[in-house]
Ligand binder design. Structure first.
Ligand code: S3P
Length: 174
């Protein structure tokens, strides 16, 4: 496998877990963009949002994305949920050595997963008196425009990480 595999999707769609499994199966290195940014900046994402603001974060996110994709070797990269949705990032990702994979989860699945872990997600933690399902429905509707530009779209509802990873390997890469 000689391509960089870029995994994208909404928060809670399983990008990190699927990336991990793909990395095990392919022996390619996994880079999780959020963790990479945290390491470089010496702050967790929620601190970056609080101290520097979202616009600063988006700028850095794009810079680190470009830096990582400038590497020659193949690897697996799981993006943050918002990475594809700012500037021309989806266009930028249409590169010959990159394959983009959208992990598509339903609003119901995402709501179930995210309701348990709102606190460390900066975009959700501040939502008070807002119906989470309604928020996700609208937000996902806006973001789907970007996500659907991925080369491969993989449904993830009610499926195991192993199952999703093997579909990616068979259909998208194999
Ligand atoms: C974000 C998703 C997060 C992280 C940041 C913003 C978003 O990544 O990059 O909190 O805009 O959806 P995960 O999708 O890995 O949670």
């Amino acid at each position: 496998m000689d391509k960089k595999i870029v995994i994208l999707g909404y928060m809670g769609s399983g990008k990190s877990a699927v990336g991990q499994k793909l990395s095990e199966l392919t022996k390619l290195k996994l880079v999780d963009l959020d963790r990479y940014i945290e390491g470089k900046e010496g702050m967790v994402i929620s601190e970056i949002f609080q101290q520097k603001g979202e616009i600063w974060f988006r700028k850095k996110e794009r810079e680190y994305l470009e830096f990582l994709l400038a590497q020659k070797d193949a690897f697996i990269l799981s993006l943050g949920g918002g990475t594809p949705c700012f500037g021309n990032t989806m266009e930028y990702l249409q590169k010959s050595d990159v394959i983009t994979i959208y992990l598509k989860a339903s609003v119901i699945t995402l709501t179930q997963r995210l309701s348990k872990e709102k606190s460390h997600r900066p975009l959700l933690a501040s939502l008070t008196n807002v119906d989470l399902e309604e928020f996700i429905r609208k937000h996902l509707f806006e973001r789907n425009f970007y996500y659907m530009q991925a080369q491969k779209v993989i449904s993830v509802d009610d499926r195991s990480v192993e199952d999703i990873a093997s579909e990616i390997l068979q259909k998208a890469i194999g």
